[in-house]
Every structure is written in structure tokens, then in C-alpha cells.
Design a binder for this molecule. Structure first.
Ligand code: MGD
Ligand code: MGD
Ligand code: SF4
Ligand code: MO
Length: 725
């Protein structure tokens, strides 16, 4: 049988490379780079090893129903239909008893590829606003705050930019490979690179300027840049006058940050700050690509808004080489339209957890964008990167654990490992243990899945056709072919939601019987079915029109770039960006830690079961500066415990000269799938998962969004005698 070549989009991480699967006799022999020259460098070791991961003996191939106590790891195999039936019945029971808001869902969208807004649709039809996602601390929240500031989340134009600014963000050959390749190509063309990172990262090594700022001070650094740019007149005055709201008040706020103060907060030399600000403003068009680093800080909202202000004031918004407000692709039905947010009654929207205290990305916080979004982009709801209209994760876990302000008693997670993917794992654990029903749609028995009542087997990106539209962020749409049939009873997320919708009595509002019908619906304006679509297009872009704001304004309440936010003012927050410093430190915890530096071998909490990858990176590593290692009497390879007020994790020491003194790095999401499952151990999650030591009390939450600060948390090191067993 000849080898078939299938054009697929890798979903082993969230950057979605176009790759090729070579298939023989219904098996994927290998995943390799695309034949299209535009994509040929876009592949990493996770994509290459994906088939091995999906063929692993531990993959969940049939629905599992819990037999013993929750977390006992005793399961019985049941059929898909029987499981869905019982899930529906038990979920209806919870809803009847406590109301639809007692049902929460946690997901991360990108792993599942075929949600297409189906989850929100079912929840909206049933009446629950309590949807949370990993995007609350990765891109989704930035999208929401960008919308609040200028009405859309822009895409950087790497191909034409002259200057790239990375606030921490550190794409590598095997970490978000396409972005890494974009940066390399831009640099080869002569574009400048500015990196702000406490550590001398891989990108810092090759930067024109490296600003080694103190962790968590990005917002203050932006104030410094703006101070230079405004004082030296390096901004677009006509734009500021015509297209911004609150410029004078904003300028006054920036004036509170003379460079001396910024240097003191950030630890970076005044001259270097000045040089960087000038380079950004005068070497344009420049880009500040979205960075997860400012998604995960105490000053997240302010830092993101300051990035927006820099782009806007320097004239880099909606211009070639700058950052482009793409809008919807008019030829393809968007997830936002499928979600049906308009059917969720206002009374239910008001119950969305966290919207009273931390409203920025909730229904309450985004309500004022409805009318302007319709005016500029044609639809009231624009759920870019699914980051708008979310509940607050910490508030949901508190309601699950303590029934406050009302009980949440049923929890469904899909393509997400919630126990380990938010802050305060103990609270999440308590919340899970207090549920009447937990259902996971998963490929593996993750620590979260080990606590479920049902684990429903998920298909993989090689086993389904899908459409990728960068989560509504860009107007480019790309098809992914199904390479092979899913094994066992694995089904797609689409199918899970379709059937659950039927079980919950809203089947009539789900007109698509299968994914093919959904794809035809989404592509109807093109009058093409999925097969013809993928034959014809690898990328289907909408035409780009620059400076659209000159005709239609920005999709904000004032129609302008809101340097001073009318939305934040109405919600009772400071309408201007600000900087909140660290709380007083406890002498018991004199070190600072951050969660991050992604590992080439794994995506987030996943992939630890894939042998060749795990062999390369067998253990979680703590990065520590050589002098700090001496201070704490630890050396390369030794095992340590890192502790703070919440708990502790155990890792192996890696002495790294690229780390600054007194700042340590904790890797995200460690567990060992091969070790003992079930309550108590959870396959090593209680030993290694960083979420245990990520605080979620108010000192460590961003005010407006309520997302946790992962960049600068006080801690200490305790040396261990041996590797913990
Ligand atoms: N404490 C803490 N929390 C964090 C972070 C941190 O550093 N520390 N980082 C944040 C960031 S940046 C992100 S992006 C999020 C990521 O959070 P998640 O999106 O939860 O990421 P993963 O840990 O990869 O979990 C994805 C799960 O989906 C499963 N999966 C993979 N493919 C499929 C599929 O096709 N279908 C289904 N149904 N399941 C699938 C995998 O087995 C895996 O268990 O976490 C955020 N949360
Ligand atoms: N191989 C692989 N690739 C991945 C992932 C993966 O798990 N594995 N995950 C993907 C996902 S979902 C994401 S979100 C990205 C994340 O990837 P990146 O955005 O690159 O984030 P990290 O690798 O966590 O950290 C990048 C840098 O931030 C620096 N840093 C730490 N604290 C601060 C701070 O307060 N301010 C500043 N300016 N810098 C700071 C660190 O020193 C580090 O060098 O990676 C993506 N790519
Ligand atoms: S960077 Fe790697 S894992 Fe991510 S989409 Fe591309 S090939 Fe897949
Ligand atoms: Mo992320």
C-alpha cells in the first residue's frame, strides 16, 4: 500500500504548525515538516513524537467509570453511550437541585481543536455562566484586555517589522517553533531585537538590547519607556490627539514614573531603559508580540494596557510591520457566533463567579464592548482566544470547595488538567473532592482525571478533521485533515458536546449531527465542503485592510484607544494603568521564584509519558544562580524542596549562570505518569506540581482580572538528603 500524505495541523502545543502525517495501512508512520516552503521549518520534537504518544499503552481508549471511592483509581469500562446517558442524568440531577450555575466547565480549547464554541453553546442554553479556561492566564486574558483598550487583539506582522520587543517571551527552536522562526527571519533581515528578561534567556543572548529587569516589574518598565517616549516627543501626536481617549490624564500618570524611580523598581540602568525606549519608538514599525509573561503577574491588566498604549502612541497599530487588528474572517462562521452568549439570561450572567470582585474578562466586565464590537466588527460577541465572558478560576474553585457564594457541584474538564493548571492546587483538590459529579474528556489518566467519576476517551489531532482559525484572533483559517481513524471509542470534543447537549434537552438547538455538518455550516458562505476546502487551501485569509479605524473608529465605548479606560472606571477600578509593588516579604522566605521557562520536550503538564522525550528530561529542574547555590549550600544534581506559605515541591538543582541571584525558576506542571495513581500520590503531582505553591490570595492576584502572579513569589529552599521516593 502506498504511503498517504495527509496535511494536518499539529495540536501537540497551542501554536498549530502545518505539518504532514505519512500514513500506511491506517497507521501514522511519521509526522514531518510540511512540503509548503512557508511552513517547512515549523516542526518540533513534540510534533515528531506525537504518534508515539497517542499509541502509548496508557491511552484511555474506552470510557472509564469510577468504581471505588473518588480517587481510588478503581475503574470499570463502560460503553460511550451508556456513560453519556448516565452523565446526562446525574448532571440534570445537580442542575435540578442547585440550579444550572452549579455546573462548571474547565478547558483549554486548543488541545481539543473541535470545540468550535459548542461547549459555551450547551452551557448557555442550559443556563450556566461558569466556564473557565487555561486561557485565563495565557492569551485569553490579554485578548480581553486588548479589546477593552482598542477593541481587538492585534496580530504582529513579523514579516515587515523592523524591531521586535520580547517582554520575557522566549520562543525557541522547540518552543513555539513558528514564532522562533519568525524572529530568526526578521533578525536576518536586520530587524532589531529587544529582550526584557531577568534571566539571560536564549533570545536575550542574541538581542540588540537586553534589559535584565526584576521579575514582576514589567508594568513599571513600560511606564519608563512611555516616560521617555512622551518626554522626548517620540510619539505620533496627531494619532494621540485624534484617536486616543484620556491622553492628558494618562500622561500625568506616566509622569509619576521618572526614570530614576523606574530604575529603582526594575533594577535596570536608566540609560539602558532610555536606549530601549528610543529604539522601539524610532526604529519602527515595531512589534511587542503578545507575551504570556504579562498574563501572569499581579499587574497584568496594567502591563497589558501599557503594551497597548505603547503600540498605539508610537503609531504601530493596524499598519504593515506593526500589529494588525484583523477582525473576523467574514467567509467563515466564528466560534463566537456558535456560542450563543445572547441566549444566556442576564440573571444568569450576573451569577458568573468572580464577576463581582475581578470582573475584567467576565460578562460584566465585557458588557460595554457589545455595542461597539457590533458597530466595528459586525457581531456583538467577539470571544477572541475564548478569553472574554469567562468566570474567574479561583472564584469557581472556592465555590466548588466551600459552596460560597453558592455551591458548584458538577465539574467537567476537557483538554485541560485543571488540578495542576491554575493557582492553589490544594483548594482545587478540595473543590474536586466536594463534587457530586466530575467528568473528564481526556487521552490519559492525568492527576485530575484520577479524581473523576467518568473519563471519556478523547481523539487526537491525527484522528479528526478540523478548522483552525487561531482561536478567532486572526482572520486566517486553516484546515487539518484526518490522518487516521480514532482508536477504541475515542471521540472528538465536538461529539462529546453534541451528545451532552442532547442529554441535557437542548438537542434541538444543535442542528449538526456530526463534525462534517458542522464544517459545512462554518464554510457555508464559501459554498464549499470540508474536503474541497482542504484540497484548495492551506491557508484561507481574509483580505487585510490597514488603519480601518480611520473609517469606523475603535471598538471601544468612546470609539478611541482608551488610554484612560471608561470600562474600568465604570467597574470601580483605576481607569489608568498603575504599578503595585510586592507585598512586604517574610524573612522566612527570602528568595523569589517564578514559574516558567518551558521545556522543549513537553507541552505544559502533558507528554511526560513519551519515552524519548522523557529520557531527555527525566526530572523537574530548579534553576539557580551559582552564588545563590553557594548561599543555600546546594549543588548541581542535588534534590531540594522549595517551600512557601502554601506548601512545597521537590526538584533537582540545576546551577545556571544565566539566572540572576536570588531568583529561582520552578518548572510548570510536573507529574510522573508511570508512578502510583490515586488519592495521596496522584502520580507525583503532590510532590512536583508547581500549582501547589502558586498563591491565590489577594496580594498575589491581579485586581481587575483576578489571575495569579506567577512571576516573583517569595519562597525558600530546603536541602534534601536524597531524591524523594
Ligand atoms: N500553576 C500554573 N498554572 C498554569 C501555568 C503555569 O505555568 N503554572 N501555565 C498556564 C499556561 S501558559 C497555559 S497555556 C495553561 C495550559 O493548561 P492546559 O491547557 O490544561 O494544558 P495541559 O497541561 O497541556 O493539559 C492539556 C490536557 O489535554 C489533554 N489533551 C491533549 N490533546 C487532547 C485532545 O485532543 N482532546 C482532549 N480532550 N484532551 C487532550 C492532555 O492529555 C492534557 O492532559 O496552563 C496555565 N496554567
Ligand atoms: N516546548 C514547549 N514549548 C512551549 C510550551 C511548552 O510547554 N513546551 N508552552 C507554550 C505556552 S502555552 C506558552 S504560554 C509559552 C510560554 O513561553 P514563554 O513566553 O517563552 O515563557 P517561559 O518559557 O515560561 O518564560 C520565558 C522567559 O520569561 C522570563 N521571565 C520570568 N519572569 C519574568 C518577568 O517577571 N518578566 C519578564 N519580562 N520575564 C520574565 C524567564 O526568565 C524566561 O526566560 O510557551 C509555549 N511553547
Ligand atoms: S511547535 Fe511543535 S508541538 Fe507545537 S504545533 Fe509546532 S510541531 Fe506541534
Ligand atoms: Mo500558555
Amino acid at each position: 500500500m502506498p504511503t498517504e500524505v495527509k496535511k494536518v495541523i499539529c495540536a501537540s502545543c497551542d501554536i498549530a504548525c502545518n505539518v504532514v502525517a505519512e500514513v500506511e495501512e491506517g497507521r501514522v508512520l511519521r509526522v514531518r515538516h510540511s512540503d509548503n516552503p512557508a511552513f517547512k521549518d515549523n516542526i518540533c520534537m513534540k510534533g515528531v513524537h506525537a504518534p508515539k504518544g497517542f499509541a502509548h499503552k496508557d491511552r484511555v481508549l474506552h470510557p472509564l467509570k469510577r468504581k471505588g471511592e473518588r480517587g481510588s483509581n478503581e475503574w470499570e469500562q463502560v460503553s460511550w453511550d451508556a456513560a453519556m446517558n448516565e452523565i446526562g442524568e446525574r448532571l440534570r440531577g445537580v442542575i435540578d437541585r442547585y440550579g444550572p450555575e452549579a455546573w462548571a466547565v474547565s478547558t483549554s480549547q486548543w488541545n481539543t481543536s473541535t470545540d468550535y464554541g459548542m461547549g459555551r453553546r450547551v452551557m448557555n442554553l442550559v443556563g450556566s455562566p461558569n466556564w473557565i479556561s487555561g486561557v485565563a492566564l495565557c492569551a485569553g486574558n490579554t485578548a480581553a484586555i486588548n479589546r477593552m483598550t482598542y477593541g481587538w487583539f492585534p496580530m504582529p506582522d513579523y514579516n515587515n517589522t523592523e524591531c521586535i520587543v520580547l517582554f520575557g517571551h522566549n520562543p525557541k527552536r522547540h518552543s513555539w517553533t513558528p514564532i522562533y522562526n519568525n524572529i530568526q527571519r526578521a533578525k536576518a533581515r536586520g530587524a532589531k531585537l529587544i529582550v526584557l528578561d531577568p534571566r539571560k534567556s536564549e533570545n536575550a543572548e542574541q538581542a540588540d538590547l537586553w534589559l535584565p529587569l526584576r521579575a514582576g516589574t514589567d508594568a513599571a518598565m513600560c511606564m519608563g519607556w512611555l516616560k521617555v517616549i512622551l518626554d522626548e516627543g517620540l510619539y505620533d501626536k496627531a494619532f494621540a490627539e485624534q484617536y486616543t481617549h484620556g491622553f492628558e490624564a494618562f500622561r500625568e500618570r506616566v509622569n509619576e514614573f521618572p526614570l530614576e524611580r523606574v530604575a529603582q523598581i526594575t533594577g535596570v540602568d536608566e540609560d539602558l531603559i532610555r536606549q530601549a525606549a528610543r529604539m522601539y519608538a524610532t526604529n519602527g514599525p515595531s512589534i511587542i508580540p503578545w507575551t504570556p509573561i504579562t498574563d501572569q503577574q499581579r499587574n497584568s491588566t496594567s502591563a497589558i494596557r501599557l503594551h497597548c498604549a505603547l503600540r498605539a502612541l508610537c503609531g504601530y497599530i493596524d499598519v504593515p510591520g506593526g500589529e494588525v487588528l484583523m477582525g473576523f474572517n467574514p467567509s467563515v462562521v466564528q466560534d463566537s457566533q456558535i456560542e450563543l452568549h445572547e441566549v444566556l439570561p442576564q440573571e444568569q450572567k450576573e451569577k458568573q463567579l468572580g464577576s463581582d470582585t475581578h470582573p475584567a474578562f467576565t460578562y460584566r466586565g465585557t458588557a460595554a464592548l457589545g455595542e461597539p464590537t457590533k458597530r466595528v466588527w459586525g457581531h456583538e460577541y467577539a470571544n477572541i482566544v475564548t478569553g472574554s465572558y469567562m468566570a474567574n478560576p479561583s472564584a469557581v474553585f472556592r465555590a466548588m470547595a466551600h459552596g460560597d457564594p453558592y455551591p458548584v457541584k458538577a465539574f467537567i474538564f476537557l483538554g485541560n488538567n485543571p488540578l495542576m493548571s491554575y493557582a492553589n492546587m490544594k483548594l482545587i483538590h478540595e473543590g474536586l473532592m466536594n463534587q457530586d459529579l466530575i467528568v473528564g474528556h481526556e487521552q490519559f489518566l492525568t492527576p485530575t482525571a484520577q479524581l473523576a467519576d467518568f473519563v471519556m476517551p478523547a481523539d487526537s489531532w491525527l484522528e479528526r478533521a478540523s478548522i483552525m482559525d487561531a482561536y478567532g484572533w486572526s482572520s486566517m483559517v486553516r484546515p487539518s485533515e484526518k490522518a487516521v481513524e480514532p482508536p477504541g471509542e475515542c471521540h472528538s470534543t465536538f461529539e462529546f458536546w453534541r451528545q451532552l447537549g442532547v442529554e441535557l434537552g437542548v438537542g434541538e438547538q444543535i442542528p449538526w449531527q456530526n463534525i462534517d455538518e458542522m464544517h459545512s455550516f462554518r464554510l457555508a458562505a464559501l459554498n464549499i465542503d470540508f474536503d474541497a476546502f482542504h484540497e484548495k487551501f492551506e491557508v484561507f485569509p481574509a483580505p487585510i485592510e490597514f488603519k480601518k479605524y480611520e473609517k469606523v473608529g475603535f471598538a471601544t465605548p468612546t470609539g478611541k484607544v482608551e488610554l484612560e479606560s471608561t470600562i474600568l472606571a465604570d467597574l470601580g477600578f483605576d481607569a489608568l494603568p498603575y504599578f503595585r509593588d510586592d507585598p512586604e516579604t517574610d524573612p522566612q522566605y527570602p528568595l523569589m521564584m517564578f514559574m516558567g521557562v518551558r521545556e522543549d520536550e513537553f507541552f505544559q503538564t502533558g507528554h511526560r509519558h513519551i519515552d524519548p522525550l522523557r529520557k531527555r528530561r527525566p526530572e523537574p529542574q530548579l534553576f539557580v544562580n551559582p552564588d545563590t547555590a553557594v548561599d543555600w549550600n546546594i549543588s548541581e544534581g542535588e534534590w531540594v524542596e522549595v517551600a512557601n506559605t502554601l506548601g512545597s515541591v521537590r526538584m533537582q538543582t540545576a546551577v545556571r549562570p544565566d539566572m540572576p541571584p536570588d531568583l529561582i525558576r520552578i518548572p510548570h506542571g510536573w507529574w510522573k505518569p508511570e508512578t502510583e495513581r490515586g488519592l495521596g500520590k496522584l502520580s507525583g503531582a503532590w510532590d512536583m506540581a508547581d500549582a501547589q505553591i502558586c498563591p491565590d490570595d489577594e496580594d498575589f492576584l491581579d485586581h481587575e482580572q483576578g489571575i495569579p502572579h506567577l512571576k516573583g513569589i517569595p519562597c525558600r529552599i530546603n536541602k534534601l538528603d536524597a531524591q524523594p521516593q
